[in-house]
Ligand binder design. Structure first.
Ligand SMILES: NC(=O)c1ccc[n+]([C@@H]2O[C@H](COP(=O)([O-])OP(=O)(O)OC[C@H]3O[C@@H](n4cnc5c(N)ncnc54)[C@H](OP(=O)(O)O)[C@@H]3O)[C@@H](O)[C@H]2O)c1
Length: 267
């Protein structure tokens, strides 16, 4: 899709990846609706965008797990005469052993929230001759990772939702894309996660690199994109020969468990 003149609703716009995506989208000529709970961060980003890429960029403060907030956002979108693109980027993550996980929070935010927001806004997207939904998943949406059971489950679910939705809308003007970064340098990762990744040699990307990859995916209309090597390979190996990845992760389990326990004692 050519983003010039398109209205893009971006959730998670106050976060590390969201801010970088917003800058890329605005540079490509899109008009943005920036959504998150933190109004101050949204207003700061809006001011930066308007200064660099003048356009009627909007902010909308909402807790998207709340039905009323999603309805208010729908009313706001209707006032704007609709949107062309919805990017479901907002998310949370917890690192810890199963006993320490808040499954409801992670599934509520990472899975149910984008599903319900998509359901709410789909009629607005369908009014446009050409529209796009992008769901931001994760490498852990294809590889179940120890210490991330809730997060992995939520992102596996999001990938399944995206695939079903894409196929359901395949004869309409609404395209559906799935975008999966690997570890990225943002506040979603606790100190324990950063330290564990360093010890295990897991690479972490900059938000700018991730945002550039997403922009390319949108411009090329690529259905699925996994960021980073060798993660792209591991995703495929895990799908076909999961036993190989079982063994590779079993070899790392002692380190993962040590950091997961550390993460719990820090909390
Ligand atoms: N960083 C990584 O390592 C990594 C790797 C793979 C995938 N991802 C995915 O990339 C996406 C962006 O993550 P990030 O790294 O940029 O994390 P981040 O910096 O923590 O940003 C998360 C964003 O989600 C928003 N959010 C969370 N709960 C919300 C709610 N209930 N209502 C509205 N907004 C909410 C936050 O805004 P407020 O707090 O202002 O509401 C914030 O803008 C997530 O879906 C994440 O799972 C990240």
């Amino acid at each position: 899709m050519n983003l010039k003149g398109k209205t893009v609703l971006l959730t998670g716009a106050s976060g590390g990846i969201g801010q970088a995506i917003a800058l890329e989208l605005a540079a490509a000529g899109a008009r943005l609706v920036l959504v998150a709970r933190n109004t101050v961060r949204l207003a700061t980003l809006q001011a930066e965008l308007v200064a660099k890429y003048p356009a009627a960029h909007q902010i909308f403060s909402a807790d998207l797990t709340q039905t009323q907030d999603r309805q208010d956002l729908l009313a706001f979108v209707r006032e704007l005469q609709g949107i062309d693109v919805l990017i479901n980027n907002a998310g949370i993550s917890q690192f810890g052993l199963v006993a320490q996980q808040d499954f409801a929070a992670q599934l509520g935010t990472n899975l149910l929230m984008p599903m319900l927001l998509t359901q709410t806004l789909l009629p607005e997207l369908q009014r446009k001759p050409e529209a796009l939904i992008v769901n931001v998943g994760s490498a852990f949406g294809s590889i179940g990772y120890p210490g991330f059971s809730g997060y992995s489950a939520s992102k596996f679910g999001l990938r399944g939702f995206t695939e079903a939705l894409k196929r359901e809308l395949s004869d309409t003007g609404v395209q559906v894309l799935y975008f999966a970064p690997r570890a990225t340098d943002t506040a979603i990762n606790s100190d324990a996660v950063v330290a564990m990744n360093r010890e295990l040699g897991n690479r972490s990307d900059s938000p700018q690199l991730v945002a550039t990859a997403l922009l390319q995916q949108i411009q090329q209309g690529q259905a699925r994109r996994f960021v980073g090597w060798p993660e792209q390979l591991f995703v495929r190996v895990n799908a076909i020969f999961p036993g190989i990845v079982d063994k590779a992760l079993a070899a790392k389990l002692a380190v993962i468990r040590r950091y997961a326990q550390l993460s719990h004692s820090e909390a």
